[in-house]
Design a protein around this ligand. Structure first.
Ligand code: GLN
Length: 534
């Protein structure tokens, strides 16, 4: 079968959940036995979101091959289990960078380089590149932003051209919002009509409209949208409120989104769809038998999207254990020596989050100290692991001014140092130690027991690392390396064996947790939190 291309656009408002719809559709197609890739095109000019503050754009997700990407790629992986890569997230910045490099090389000699055709051709190449690998029967491409935005014009134009050349091998799904006007007691379709008109003005007729709505869509509302937007009534899909994003695939299946997509793409509809494992996951998620409260200590807590993958990893692990994980987001800037007990009391697990820079760092170190001394299950991720190493140096090894050189370049005890390979790097974008690296677990360690194997691979995003000059001092005092990179000797995991659960990982386990494959470290951490008795 020729690769089928599905485009997902959004209208009326942002944040309606295009990523979740795209991921849910991918889940449904996978459940029908098809191979699917999800892709996101982002209209902003940054080459990637790696240099963006998480307050601006939420978490930066990291792929196996070390791409720093939009957080929607995390949703794709969590829903489908299909690994994404550099090819799955493309920004306007990346498109222009490539076109300009080609121009300098002389690829367009004699020609004026223009948005159409050069930029749109580059966009089309990035979309079809995934299909051309031959690995996917369906490519679902989500266009970031809202139709009508100036930035997204070239992307919509590329979609128009592809739709024309691909014919029945491509469709457009448009996600809109249907507001409910309480005073009139009515759902209003006008904003949807306008957003579809905006799309049509750019030459694109959607095939399916998915409507975010707080109230059920009546038949007459569906017919009205159909009539004004040139859509068959059956292709107006209701996307109502649900208690968990993981219910959306089931809702979309109930609404026959997958069937309509296959019909429109001339794909014969096999009768069976296997959602059994997804339903089993949902059942466990919705029927917890226990509850725990864990604290997520970080500095980007005002925007929960900043820690999206961690939040989701807790949901996956909680479902696995039939335990509702209540996560309190605690701003490390507000933690002081005086109030740390008050701030963290009642939590039976403490996670210190990844991050960068000085702000809030002392609060994180205090949180580590609290967890270590009170024997509360602790998981430190990346900067959180580094804080655990610093705390141990200060309060166990007795090096009062120990620090990471990221925060205190002149410290006399740089227990976290810059990685050798990073020392000559001056550009900030895309230059960290990124993506998957192998790690050998130490036999007899907690991590070895948790993973149940010797060799693992996890994803990284950092410039600093445990300073191996101190390794013997740490070992003797009771903090041990439990995972080492076999090639570089970098310490990837530290543990305190005398503590009920104290694990710090230089890598980010959260990026690899999926709904159907919860991450073992998160499962073990939640389990420890469930077992914790003060
Ligand atoms: N800032 C630290 C480093 O660069 C930690 C990074 C992180 O937590 N992702 O090493």
């Amino acid at each position: 079968m020729a690769t089928k291309y599905i485009f997902v656009t959004g209208g009326v408002a942002s944040s309606l959940g295009k990523g979740i719809i795209a991921a849910s559709l991918a889940r449904l197609l996978k459940a029908r036995g098809y191979s699917v890739a999800n892709q996101k095109l982002d209209p902003y000019i940054n080459i990637d979101p790696g240099t963006l503050n998480p307050y601006e754009h939420g978490e930066c997700y990291v792929t196996e091959d070390g791409a720093e990407t939009d957080l929607d790629l995390g949703h794709y992986e969590r829903f489908t289990g299909v690994a994404t890569s550099h090819a799955n997230n493309v920004t306007t910045g990346r498109i222009y960078q490539n076109v300009i490099e080609k121009e300098r090389r002389g690829d367009f000699l004699g020609k004026t380089v223009q948005v159409i055709p050069h930029i749109t051709n580059e966009i089309k190449e990035r979309i079809t590149a995934l299909g051309n690998t031959g690995n996917y029967e369906f490519v679902i491409t989500e266009i970031g932003g809202t139709v009508g935005d100036i930035e997204s014009y070239p992307f919509i134009e590329a979609v128009r051209q592809l739709k024309w050349t691909l014919g029945r091998n491509s469709i457009v799904i448009h996600l809109t919002y249907i507001p409910y006007i309480a005073a009139a007691g009515e759902l209003k379709t006008k904003p949807t009509q306008h957003s579809v008109k905006a799309l049509q003005q750019q030459g694109v007729q959607p095939d399916i409209i998915v409507c975010r709505t707080e109230k059920p869509l009546t038949r007459s509302v569906r017919d009205k949208i159909g009539l004004f937007c040139n859509i068959e009534g059956d292709c107006v899909i209701e996307d109502g409120d649900v208690s968990s994003i993981y219910e959306v695939p089931i809702k979309m299946h109930d609404e026959r989104l997958d069937i309509q997509v296959l019909k429109k793409l001339d794909v014969p509809i096999k009768k069976d769809i296997d959602l059994a494992n997804w339903e089993a996951f949902l059942f466990k998620l919705k029927n917890p038998e226990k509850e725990v409260s864990v604290g997520l200590v970080g500095k980007y807590v005002q925007l929960q999207d900043a820690y999206k993958s961690i939040t989701e990893a807790f949901i996956h692990a909680g479902a696995e254990l039939r335990c509702k994980v209540n996560v309190s987001y605690i701003n490390s800037e507000n933690i002081t020596k005086e109030n740390v007990d008050e701030q963290l009391k009642g939590l039976t697990g403490i996670l210190v989050a990844p991050g960068f820079g000085t702000r809030g760092i002392e609060g994180k170190i205090l949180a580590v100290n609290y967890a270590r001394v009170n024997r509360v299950p602790f998981l430190g991720i990346c900067l959180g692991m580094q804080c655990a190493v610093v705390e141990f140096a200060r309060n166990v090894l007795g090096y009062d001014d120990a620090h990471s050189v990221e925060i205190a370049p002149a410290t006399s005890h740089p227990v976290i140092d810059m990685m050798e390979e990073q020392k000559n790097i001056s550009n900030m974008g895309g230059t960290m130690r990124l993506g998957a690296y192998p790690c050998k677990l130490v036999e007899g360690s907690k991590s070895f027991e948790i993973y149940g194997k010797e060799f693992i691979s996890e994803r990284h995003r950092h410039r600093y690392e445990f300073n191996n000059k101190y390794i013997n001092e740490y070992k003797e005092a009771g903090m041990v390396p439990a995972g080492i990179n076999p090639d570089s000797g970098l310490v990837e995991i530290v543990e305190i064996p005398s503590h009920p659960f104290f694990v710090g990982s230089q890598f980010h386990p959260e990026y690899k947790s999926t709904a159907l494959h919860p991450h073992p470290l998160f499962v073990a951490f939640v389990k420890a939190a469930m077992e914790y008795k003060r």
